[in-house]
Design a protein around this ligand. Structure first.
Ligand SMILES: Cc1cc2nc3c(=O)[nH]c(=O)nc-3n(C[C@H](O)[C@H](O)[C@H](O)COP(=O)(O)OP(=O)(O)OC[C@H]3O[C@@H](n4cnc5c(N)ncnc54)[C@H](O)[C@@H]3O)c2cc1C
Length: 428
């Protein structure tokens, strides 16, 4: 029986494990193992909501073990350390408890087909002080760290010297823009939970971007519209501002200005994890992504696929597939087809990226973005309620891929009930 190992249970990897488990694992046509360094899954585009406290990951996270049991695959907790291509084994690092005590020693998992779906981490471009003084929204743990520090700052407001909570966010891509708006929304909520003394002017968010406009990957009219919305909220938007150092006090710019900040979030770009650089002699690019062919197999080893943010897949126009949830979703579907084709000894199909546009949620205030479709030439700008519905439907598509339509409808119902039963904000 084919042994298929998927490393990384994120937007792409978990969808792939679910589909292969349903189609092959349950019928005992293949043995599917998903490996992840965490015990639970939370869809990464929700991390800014965890950071702002509008989403409680304790409620929304999905247990890998429970999901695996229901969908015909196995789950193994562990962090990938290396690949032994000759013996077709992956090596997992020693597993430690929170206090550093060893739970399990290093181990190996054998594969016939390996899928790398490890995602990405923030890229600090080796900027001085960033690793020490900034928070990266790479994982629920980091998002929660930011949330706790934010709540502590609110506690100090008015009690100690603290007159204002200042947050600086570096990088005005979707993550930075969405987080800026979500912070103002959570401030409004927090004042109704015993923090009545807190006013909108007590929060100062500076959004710092080296480029000429925010949301550089989106059309001009959409970034201009998002820019206006952020200014209305009170965000200090600074474009054409290059950060050269992060310090305890804030951000130092190329012009020598200090942008003071109690908390700094670094969201200025991504790279695949450093240990992937030429892992097991595979081809990687400057940001450690594994270079793949149109079939999504790595260029130097047909037994290894890569999908999502950790894959570098060329587009016919000379560009590359962007690191987005929709790319990871599409790649997972294609690799499922190709793995099933391999087992049936049929030929593989090529990946064609379909851009459905991009949407950016400015929390409850607005949603802006562009939709692309076969019916329209180019992109169509959408805003407001319709945009919000399409934005939410992206997450629903991920849920449908994991749970099917019926369970997704039940989950949506539970979310609505929770909105009545639970506080609007995570307060601990
Ligand atoms: C705040 C925020 C907002 C975003 N908003 C959007 C949006 O609106 N639309 C959009 O399209 N995209 C958005 N993105 C980007 C999107 O989240 C990613 O493109 C997408 O999650 C990539 O999917 P993936 O499967 O490649 O990786 P991920 O979803 O990141 O999953 C990677 C998995 O690998 C695991 N892993 C990592 N290292 C190891 C290891 N060594 N061993 C074992 N397991 C490992 C991780 O625990 C994780 O479960 C956003 C990202 C952020 C941070």
């Amino acid at each position: 029986m084919y042994k298929i190992v998927i490393v990384g249970g994120g937007a792409g990897g978990l969808e792939l494990a679910t589909e292969l488990g349903n189609k092959l694992g349950r019928k005992r046509k293949a043995h599917i193992t998903l490996v992840d360094k965490n015990r639970t899954h939370l869809w990464k585009p929700l991390l800014h909501e965890v950071a702002a406290g509008s989403l409680d990951d304790g409620i929304d996270a999905l247990s890998y073990r429970a999901h695996a049991k229901n969908h015909g695959f196995n789950f193994k907790l562990g962090a990938l350390a290396n690949i032994d291509r000759e013996n077709k084994q992956i090596q997992l690092a020693q597993l430690n408890d929170l206090d550093g005590t060893q739970i399990l020693p290093e181990s190996e998992v054998s594969y016939d087909i390996l899928v790398m779906a490890l995602g990405s981490v923030s890229n600090d471009f080796k900027t001085k002080g960033v690793a020490e003084h900034c928070i990266f929204l790479d994982s629920p743990q980091q998002a929660k760290k930011f949330h706790n520090r934010m709540l502590n700052k609110y506690l100090q407001l008015g009690v100690q010297e603290t007159k204002q909570v200042s947050v600086a966010i570096v990088g005005a891509g979707a993550t930075g823009v969405e987080l800026s708006a979500e912070l103002y929304n959570s401030l409004q909520q927090v004042s109704s939970y015993g923090f009545e003394h807190i006013k909108a002017s007590d929060l100062k968010v500076s959004l710092v971007e080296a480029g000429a406009k925010i949301l550089p990957a989106l059309p001009e009219r959409i970034s201009a519209s998002a820019h206006q919305e952020l200014l209305k909220l009170g965000v200090d938007v600074r474009t054409k501002t290059m950060v050269i150092e992060a310090t305890q006090q804030g951000l130092l710019t190329k012009e020598g200005e200090l942008i003071a900040a109690d908390l700094i979030v670094w969201a200025a770009g991504i790279k695949a994890p450093d240990f992937l650089k030429e892992i097991a002699g595979l081809e990687t690019n400057q940001v450690n992504q594994l270079v793949v062919k149109a079939s999504l197999q790595t260029t130097l080893d047909d037994a290894i696929y890569a999908i999502g943010d950790c894959a570098s897949c060329a587009l016919p126009d000379g560009g590359f597939v962007p690191p987005r949830a929709q790319s990871a979703h599409q790649m997972a579907s294609l690799v499922a087809k190709n793995i099933i084709a391999t087992i049936k000894e049929k030929s593989l199909v090529s990946y064609k990226y379909r851009d459905y546009g991009s949407l950016v949620s400015l929390s409850n205030y607005s949603t802006v973005g562009s939709l692309m479709g076969n019916l329209m030439k180019g992109s169509m700008k959408i805003e407001g309620r319709l945009a919000r519905m399409v934005y939410i439907s992206l997450y629903r598509m991920h849920q449908v891929a994991l749970h099917g339509y019926f369970r997704t409808a039940l989950i949506s119902l539970v979310e609505r009930i929770n909105r009545v039963l639970r506080p609007r904000l995570k307060l601990h």
